[in-house]
Design a protein around this ligand. Structure first.
Ligand code: GLY
Length: 375
């Protein structure tokens, strides 16, 4: 019997599992997808400044607090496992494709400046000094030098192996890992049942099921489909140095695209944002648009190797913020991380560990109580 049962083995569930196990608890994770959900498909941007959006000041406060938590957690995991997570610190360069895009980017930059996020406006010449391959039409940019990125797959694998070394048991697959329902006794959540007919009991259940959470509990979490591409810069182009060193976020005729480089020569190009239910098919139109926008900003991208197109369901919520807290007796909820699951993984793991110990959460969590949408 486990002390804690975690429903969901994505980046949130695994990070929480690791943290609880290092705190001395016996932890079991149930995961239906073999850790191949939204965390695997993600790009790995850790970008409080360049993802800060109008009306989301509380979320920005949380994502800012999440960065030092993330870097400390990543360093701990690298030390424990000896595996790198692929953290990059060059920052994000936001660029606009045409004058209308420029106006939109300027408005966002004003808003970000008002929140005291550190950004620096650069001329076209300065932009090209940082990223020589950007299209000639890019006439200015905004550098958010405190933003980071991580190789989300290396990171996910590292968290998974650290969790296993800390004694976490992971049951996955469509039978053993798929939770059909939570079960209760005298008003308290006491376990979860899986599709193979097994009932798992625990003192505490933590729901980290991402977009699938609403199927298990009455929570306002809805899937938001993201389609994303992975390209590889051929060695002949990398011979004289990396083709792209910063994460580049572009507005191209009103649509957003981002290019996230890795030290391995991989460049992740994302992402669509579609309210489509649980559809994770890849469409020709999305691939076309992502490649076209990438090409408009970085013409040399037409010479990259195309090797993967994937889609996943982000766990969206009505205010784009996560749902983290005690929900019912015996049940903690840590879900709804929408576009920020990787970034918020470490700070959420800490929060879950505090909740498990009946300790209060830091102030930045107050706006993200899981009951805030109850009527
Ligand atoms: N955070 C990037 C995305 O959700 O596409």
């Amino acid at each position: 019997v486990a002390d804690v049962l975690i429903v969901g083995g994505g980046i949130i569930g695994l990070s929480a599992a690791y943290r609880l196990a290092t705190g001395g608890r016996k932890v079991r994770v149930l995961d239906s997808s073999g850790a191949r959900g939204a965390s695997w498909v993600a790009a790995g941007m850790l970008a409080p400044a360049s993802e800060a959006s109008f009306g989301e000041e509380d979320l920005t406060r949380l994502t800012l607090a999440a960065v030092p938590a993330f870097t400390a957690f990543a360093a701990e995991l690298e030390a424990v496992t000896g595996q790198p997570v692929g953290l990059l610190t060059e920052g994000t360069l936001a660029v606009a494709f045409n004058p209308d895009d420029r106006v939109a980017l300027d408005r966002l930059t004003e808003f970000r400046d008002a929140l005291d996020l550190r950004t620096e406006t650069l001329t076209g010449r300065q932009v090209r000094a940082l990223e020589p391959y950007l299209a000639a039409g890019v006439r200015s940019g905004v550098l958010a030098s405190d933003d980071l990125s991580v190789d989300n797959r290396q990171y996910l694998n590292t968290v998974a192996s650290a969790a296993r070394s800390a004694g976490v048991e992971v049951l996955d697959g469509s039978g053993a890992g798929t939770v059909t329902h939570l079960f209760r006794q005298a008003g308290r959540v006491v376990g979860a049942a899986t599709a193979n007919g097994v009932e798992h009991r625990a003192d505490l259940v933590v729901l980290c099921a991402g977009a699938a959470s609403a199927g298990l509990l009455d929570l306002p979490v809805e899937p938001v489909k993201g389609q994303i591409l992975r390209l590889q810069v051929p060695d002949r182009l990398r011979a004289a140095g990396e083709v792209l060193t910063h994460t580049v976020r572009g507005l191209v005729r009103g649509s957003e695209v981002y290019l996230v480089p890795r030290r391995t020569g991989e460049i992740v190009v994302g992402a669509t944002s579609e309210q489509q239910g649980f559809d994770v098919t890849v469409t020709a139109g999305a691939v076309y648009e992502l490649l076209r926008n990438a090409y408009e900003l970085l013409p040399i991208s037409s010479e990259f190797t195309f090797y993967e197109a994937t889609a996943a369901s982000r766990p969206g919520t009505p205010d784009n913020g996560p749902l983290v807290g005690r929900y019912d007796p015996g049940l903690i909820v840590a879900t709804g991380h929408y576009r920020n699951g990787v970034l918020l993984s470490a700070i959420t793991a800490e929060a879950v560990a505090r909740l498990a110990d009946d300790e209060a959460l830091a102030e930045e969590w107050t706006p993200f109580d899981p009951h805030r949408f109850d009527h």
